[in-house]
Design a binder for this molecule. Structure first.
Ligand code: WT7
Length: 670
């Protein structure tokens, strides 16, 4: 990490916005920062007024740390704002969603059609007994019906809990049961690298594990039976699962028959919109709660200013809707703005490594929002792939998920943006709901590797261990450099309203380190010009390919294997993924290391959590470095895995253990 800090702080290139971009930008007057800082509530209220409300609020913000309420007393519906108001207005025939399936099948859905589809599914969910206040698990491929499902839930006041399609049955069951979901909406499968992700089969396994609150499984036919042809691509063999009569219902047997009339439920501004599970450092996932009015206001405003969204834009966010990025910047933010969004089902290297660039060329995408891990993979694959495609439609590039190294930033700006597109590096979290730190592309000179400034109306401070620190109020306002913990000191509309059913954990995780301030868990450095440089997590969360995975979660999955006695997991620097998972494992008495055991353990973790948590390295060891009180010193394991000099070993019960471990580890690395 110290190396990262060094390279980051040596970065001195700056890229001011071009006059052409400034002239047309949604935000081009730096005064927006001063105005918002002088009256943050007034600033946010101005944005809320751009949404359609059934009834106005009486109080803008009521903050009783750690909980805030926004637009209190207001009545609103998210689906109405993302669909109906466009369908009923000038955007009826405007494309809302371009669905690009992995086999190359493409669908265009207008706002008018979207309104009908969302309404029919909403009525179908009602027919299955889902109503206001209920929860629905959504386990689907990245196809338009996933957005339709989220919006249908919002329409009737049911909260969705979208679970990424790469998660295992165990993970889906845990999340479904924690949220007490009534229905699971899924598909027979989805396409990934020419194979089928057998979603319905995994839902069957999930139900076998026991989901007592689930009464029905609604199944969309996406891939069909092996041998079927989609856009010239034949569906390969996959596990189709079984069909449980009464429980399982085909989407096509229920949804198209429904009425296209379904009123939008007037929701309280503070009613639950969705729960989204994210890794926590104690192991089991946290159900992050977002409510309606504030979340929509935050995602609407940031979409408009950070992505500079305009009527003709084609917004291509490459995230999956299983993550918050897909919630906020495919569905709610862009659609509240009436934008055209692209949804891509597959992998960036299928059928070839130019797939993203082909999609941009084909649909004339104007905005690309992707992750550093993807950008680094593209760099490695080579410039020939983007260079053989026409990327001239692009006008803005975004990055999210982890710190972007200056080299990748420059490559993105040059090779993809041809030097003509502002790059916005956006810092935020599942918990923050919307972008918190980012350049405004028509105002902020960017520095490669820095997320630059807090969004207007957002109060960021950099604290030291004692909770003393500096507020970052805007360009040129601070006087000297500081480094430390990133905290948010004032409430904002899209902030999480807590952890589903676990207020104590919410208080402890985010609000106990510092008084009355939200601690994000990230380290940050502030430079002399008031620019923020994010340095990654300071806790036990790893950022693997931009996704949160907790070390504890992987450790429990390993220890769950019959031959494992103890496991210590760390994130190890990785060229492309940012961090890779490395595990140190002690076997149980009577169990020997043997050929294939490491692979078996990797598979076991993938099976328990999902393929994204599969460790890259597993090292079987006789002992682990422990303190006298028996705590594993992961810091030293990180030193071993990174090939660094060992840090302080004086608190170890037996310092020899770690030296021996290092020698063996290095020998095994060859
Ligand atoms: C964590 C949140 C928000 C969408 C994706 C991840 C890291 C996110 C950046 C960035 C440096 C970043 C932080 C944060 N992170 N964006 N631009 N620069 N770090 O959502 O899974 O809730 O993860 O991702 O460490 O805390 P998430």
């Amino acid at each position: 990490m110290s190396e990262t800090i060094q390279t980051l702080l040596q970065e001195s290139r700056t890229f001011p916005p071009t006059p052409e971009f400034v002239a047309q930008a949604n935000a081009n007057d730096p005064k927006i920062y001063q105005d918002a800082a002088a009256d943050p509530e007034g600033f946010w209220e101005g944005w809320a007024k751009q949404l359609d409300w059934f009834e106005p609020w009486h109080t803008v913000c009521d903050f009783q740390p750690p909980y805030a309420q926004w637009f209190v007393g207001g009545k609103i519906n998210a689906a109405y704002n993302c669909v109906d108001r466009h369908a009923l207005g000038d955007r009826k025939d405007k494309i809302a969603i371009i669905g690009e399936g992995e086999p190359g099948d493409t669908r265009f859905i207008t706002y008018g059609e979207l309104k009908d589809q969302v309404s029919q599914l909403a009525n179908a969910l009602k027919a299955l007994g889902v109503g206001k206040g209920d929860r629905v698990s959504v386990y689907m491929p990245m196809i338009p019906e996933l957005a339709v499902t989220m919006l249908a839930c919002a329409r009737i006041g049911a909260a969705h809990s979208v679970v990424f399609g790469g998660f295992s049955a165990d993970s889906l069951a845990e999340r479904t049961n924690d949220a007490k979901c009534k229905v699971i909406v899924t598909a027979d499968g989805g396409w990934r690298r020419g194979n089928i992700v057998p979603l319905k089969n995994t839902v069957d396994e999930t139900m076998d594990l026991g989901c007592p609150t689930v009464t029905n499984v609604l199944v969309l036919k996406r891939v069909g039976t092996p041998g079927e042809v989609t856009n010239g691509v034949v569906t390969p063999e996959y596990s189709q699962g079984s069909w449980v009569e009464g429980r399982d219902i085909w989407w096509h047997d229920l949804v198209p028959q429904q009425s296209t009339d379904c009123p939008c439920e007037p929701m309280d501004s503070e009613d639950l919109l969705f729960v989204l599970y994210t890794s926590g450092s104690t192991g089991h996932p946290k159900g992050i709660v977002h409510t309606t009015g504030g979340y929509l206001t935050g995602t609407y405003a940031t979409s408009k200013l950070v992505f500079d969204l305009k009527e003709d834009d084609v917004h291509f966010c490459t995230a999956d809707c299983g993550w918050v990025t897909g919630h906020s910047y495919i569905v709610y933010g862009p659609m509240a703005n009436g934008a055209t969004v692209l949804m891509f089902e597959g992998a960036p290297d299928t059928p070839d490594k130019d797939r993203f660039w082909r999609i941009i060329e084909k649909h004339k995408a104007t905005i690309l929002y992707t992750a550093p891990t993807a950008i680094r993979a593209f760099m490695k694959w080579g410039d020939e792939y983007p260079n053989r495609c026409d990327l001239s439609s692009l006008r803005l590039l975004g990055s999210v998920g982890e710190p972007i190294n200056p080299e990748a930033w420059i490559w993105y700006q040059q090779t993809i943006g041809k030097g003509n597109c502002p790059v916005v590096d956006t810092w935020w979290q599942t918990e923050t709901g919307a972008i918190m730190i980012s350049p405004l592309p028509g105002i902020t000179p960017t520095k490669p590797g820095s997320a630059t400034q807090p969004f207007p109306g957002i109060s960021v401070s950099v604290y030291n261990e004692k909770g003393e620190g500096k507020e970052v109020t805007g360009p040129g306002i601070i006087d000297s450099a500081a480094g430390g913990f990133l905290v948010l000191t004032k409430p904002w509309p899209s902030m999480t309203r807590g952890i589903f059913n676990d207020p104590a954990r919410f208080q402890k995780t985010y609000w106990s380190k510092f008084d009355n301030a939200y601690f994000a868990g990230d380290g940050v450095k502030l430079d002399e010009e008031g620019y923020l440089w994010l340095l990654g997590r300071v806790d036990d969360i790893m950022l693997v390919a931009g996704h949160n995975i907790s070390t504890m979660e992987v450790e429990s999955a390993l220890v769950d294997h019959p031959s494992v006695a103890e496991a210590a997991v760390i994130g190890k620097t990785h060229d492309i993924k940012g961090q890779a998972i490395a595990a140190f494992v002690i076997l149980r008495g009577g169990h020997q290391n043997h050929d294939g055991l490491v692979d078996e353990l990797k598979k076991h973790v993938a099976h328990k959590i999902g393929a994204l948590a599969r460790p890259d390295d597993i090292f079987i060891s006789a002992e682990l470095p422990k303190t006298r009180s028996g705590k594993i010193m992961r810091r030293l394991l990180r030193d071993v895995a990174e090939g660094r000099a060992l840090g302080d070993t004086t608190t170890l019960a037996d310092p020899n253990v770690v030296h021996l471990l290092r020698d063996k580890y290095e020998a095994s690395e060859g």
